[in-house]
Design a protein around this ligand. Structure first.
Ligand code: NAD
Length: 497
């Protein structure tokens, strides 16, 4: 029996509204922000722009729930039961969540259903399983004393998320924070607020105490800044651009010297050496690496650094694969290519391409939009050659399906070109020479190195996070749970009792 089609009519999807505070939807009279459907630019609905008073109400609810609900003090395995039920509910509502994600973000429905929704549930399950595994340490001290390091939750964690994978980003932020016993106030991106609200509703259905997970909507400069600055928020976990990350870090320093986890931007290389096991496969990695989600992934592999001897056949294969890409509305199950999130973002990409061409780059594919896509900005996959480190498209994170191509003749030159002065999020290395792969891995300043693949797997045990201006700290992995706790050092002189 074939799987049922995931095609749906976007006008039938109902949208949650308002904020989610204290276990219930909360509407306010605040200024409204229009939210558009990226696939065709249609107006989807509005969300309120939370004032500092609304953020304060959410934080008060969170703090009160954290102090009184028993969430923080119960055995971690009891929290894990709630988190596991939450993950089960997410799986149970996979179709409706995928539809909600598709109408309000750049995610094609089949991918939302086969990866975003199950990976969201998996991330929550991973942290539920880890909840009672990391408790602290016993210290080597004098023999007449006992020293230990006890972990405890911070209290209320403020989380601020980007628009590119709304469901997953919510689970990466909330999974570790909640498993560690914190309460959370999360602000999704003002461009993609809806699926996060629905997740908060499901958390209540799973038995999470009201107030432990709150969602406030609004813009960064208002709602986001109010979260960062709130005196009762003890830690900030942020994913977004490097520029915003720096503003948040400075705000968090000025308002309580709060610790921050920052998952920021990237400009990641795909380094292709001369000797490959399978050139077609490598070309597929390159294509997927820079076109997935329309290139709007922090990890997008947007700089191809390729050995001179393989550049021609590799580009030929890349171009023949790109020629097969046909965009469709995201609510058709066969759709797999994403539009640029907004007109403003499309204009930014256009101007960076224009500046790159003005500086001597040559366009060998793309550079224009697919026609007849009814208001959606589906940029053709774009290839730029004759570029250097100073070309805008090499230097800047474009957040679109644009690949620059640079060539090299020996290993040292290739590794040097793969480095970037600003970013160090991830890197792909393609070679059949294990020594070469490991030398490159050691020398590349990147938080993740993929060898003979490009992109994350569903293994939540593998943390993600950048070096340099790509971030501080990690999401996922046990590192994310550890970063959601603070550590208390205890020393007992037991002979004095
Ligand atoms: P962005 O920085 O514009 O916004 C991210 C979030 O921050 C939004 O919710 C926004 O409202 C909020 N915000 C903006 N200004 C703020 C302020 N002054 N104070 C508090 N909050 C503020 O990023 P974006 O355009 O939504 O997302 C794309 C960026 O996210 C890219 O740079 C991408 O590389 C990065 N990203 C990184 C990772 C990672 O794991 N490293 C993952 C996904 C996305």
């Amino acid at each position: 029996m074939s799987a049922p089609s995931l095609d749906f009519d976007p006008s039938t999807v109902s949208l949650p509204r308002g904020h989610f505070i204290g276990g219930t939807y909360r509407s306010t009279n605040e200024a409204q922000i229009a939210v558009h459907r990226p696939s065709d630019g249609q107006l989807l609905g509005h969300i309120p722009d939370a004032s500092a008073a609304t953020v304060d109400e959410a934080v008060s609810n969170a703090l009160q729930a954290w102090k009184t609900s028993g969430w923080a003090t119960q055995p971690p395995r009891e929290r894990a039961k709630v988190l596991n039920r939450w993950a089960d509910l997410i799986d149970h509502h996979a179709v409706s969540l995928a539809q909600l994600e598709t109408v309000s973000s750049t995610r094609p429905v089949a991918e939302a259903h086969s990866s975003d929704v199950p990976f969201t549930a998996e991330a929550i399950r991973f942290f539920a399983e880890l909840a009672d595994k990391l408790g602290g340490d016993f210290a080597a001290t004098r023999r007449d004393s006992v020293g230990f390091i006890a972990s405890e939750p911070y209290g209320v964690i403020g989380a601020i998320a980007p628009w590119n994978f709304p469901l997953s980003m919510c689970s990466w932020k909330c999974g570790p924070a909640l498993a560690a016993g914190n309460a959370v106030v999360l602000k999704p991106s003002e461009m993609t607020p809806f699926s996060t609200l629905r997740l908060a509703e499901l958390a209540i259905e799973a038995g999470m105490p009201p107030g432990i997970f709150n969602v406030v909507n609004g813009r960064g400069a208002t709602a986001g800044a109010a979260i960062t600055r709130h005196p009762d928020i003890s830690k900030i976990s942020f994913t977004g651009s490097t520029r915003t990350g720096a503003a948040i870090m400075s705000d968090a320093a000025l308002h309580g010297t709060k610790p921050v986890t920052l998952e920021l931007g990237g400009k990641s290389p795909q380094l292709v050496f001369e000797h490959l096991t399978d050139l077609e496969y490598t070309a597929r990695c390159i294509v997927r690496g820079f076109t997935s989600n329309g290139g709007q992934a922090c990890v997008a592999g947007t700089r191809l650094i390729v050995h001179k001897r393989v550049v021609e056949p590799l580009l030929e294969s890349v171009q023949s694969q790109l020629a097969k890409i046909v965009p469709q509305p995201l609510w058709q199950s066969t759709s797999s290519y994403s539009p640029i999130i907004s007109r403003g973002q499309a204009e930014r990409i256009d101007s960076l391409i224009a500046e790159s061409l003005a500086s001597g780059a040559e366009l060998i594919a793309g550079g224009s939009y697919f026609e007849n896509m009814e208001g959606g900005y589906f940029l053709r996959p774009t290839l730029l050659v004759n570029v250097s480190a100073s070309t805008p498209a090499v230097r800047e994170e474009l957040f679109g399906p644009v690949l620059t191509v640079q060539t090299f003749e020996d290993e040292d030159e290739g590794i040097a070109l793969a480095g970037h002065p600003t970013y160090g999020l991830c890197a792909g290395v393609h070679t059949r020479d294990i020594g070469q792969a490991l030398r490159a891995m050691r020398r590349l300043a990147a938080g993740t190195v993929w060898i003979n693949r490009y992109g994350r797997s569903g293994d939540m045990i593998i943390p993600t996070g950048g070096f340099k201006q790509s971030g501080i700290g990690k999401d996922l992995g046990r590192q994310a749970l550890e970063a959601s706790m603070r550590y208390k050092s205890v020393l007992i002189d037991f002979d004095r009792m």
